[in-house]
Design a protein around this ligand. Structure first.
Ligand code: NAP
Length: 262
């Protein structure tokens, strides 16, 4: 474990530009919100290490970032968020890690409650809650003072609809972890936050909403408070802010374009 210290969390610029030269491990970085964050971080000059389960998807994401240019390194690690050895190997590949973003997750456990199986419920727990605990404990060992862990949740936790209980219970668990982990890791000067997302145009969102085309996404988005759904980069920009500001800790930031107010 990293030492408990009496030194305060370091002061540095709280602006995203301060992340240049740092290393960010993004578990779930091969698509959607994680990839959106990776693009922004790469553009800022951060070294990014993407992790996901599907090697072809991961390789495509790494190639995509590398082709954008820039000097900062881009690496890929095949890893399931629920597999501690694989997540450790991703940290090892990265070497130094300053910040971790965990966006891994999907629709496991979703469906009418009569259809939710014990296997699906366990898998949802392993991917979301156990995955967050694994990430946090490796982060506690390895992150420097001022480093951060950012977890992911969704507005369905507070604005549920029928058929989400099996999937959203574990997202609520992730939100509960934020405070507990923030308190536990603060003496190591490692911060823990989460983003609670609304509706963002990603492969997961298109699949779940049966929105196969840009036109379908645009038409459905007119019902959102701002007249469209958010982009993956707009979603990815929120964890970038949480990483950059050394005084943001224990927060669940709602990024939903005002959907929760409607
Ligand atoms: N998009 C939204 O509107 C929205 C709203 C609320 C919450 N969220 C949450 O935000 C997170 C990201 O969603 P997204 O829309 O960006 O989804 P996405 O486009 O499907 O991206 C998910 C990423 O996570 C990876 N992943 C999934 N399960 C994993 C696992 N067990 N271990 C490692 N990597 C895994 C995926 O790659 P592999 O499949 O290859 O592993 C992929 O890179 C999810 O947790 C989702 O529930 C999204």
């Amino acid at each position: 474990m990293a030492d408990i210290t009496t030194a305060p969390v370091p002061v540095r610029s709280p602006l995203p530009e301060s992340l240049a030269g740092s290393t960010v491990l993004i578990i779930g970085g091969s698509s959607g919100i994680g990839l959106g964050a990776a693009r922004l971080l790469h553009g800022l000059g951060a070294r990014v290490v993407l992790a996901g389960r599907d090697k072809a998807r991961l390789d495509a994401a790494v190639d995509d970032l590398r082709s954008a240019g820039g000097d900062a390194e881009v690496l890929g690690a095949v890893a399931d968020a629920a597999d501690e050895d694989a997540v450790r190997a991703a940290f090892d590949l990265a070497g130094t890690v300053d910040h971790v973003l965990l966006t891994a997750g999907g629709l496991t456990g979703a469906g009418p409650i009569e259809t939710v199986t014990a296997d699906a419920a366990r898998l949802a727990y392993e991917q979301r809650v156990w995955g967050a605990l694994i990430t946090a404990r490796i982060a506690a060992e390895r992150l420097p003072a001022g480093g951060s862990v950012t977890l992911t949740s969704g507005v369905l936790v507070t604005r549920p609809r029928p058929g989400v209980a099996g999937a959203i219970g574990v997202a609520g668990g992730v939100e509960t972890l934020v405070g507990a982990l923030a308190v536990e890791l603060a003496p190591r000067r490692v911060r823990v936050n989460a983003v609670r997302y609304g509706q963002f145009d990603t492969p997961l969102f298109r699949g779940a909403g049966n929105l196969p085309t840009d036109d379908a996404v645009a038409a459905a988005g007119t019902s959102a408070p701002l007249g469209r759904f958010g982009t993956a980069e707009e979603a990815g920009a929120v964890p970038v802010v949480l990483m950059a500001n050394p005084y943001l800790n224990g927060q669940i930031f709602t990024a939903d374009g005002g959907q929760s107010l409607a």
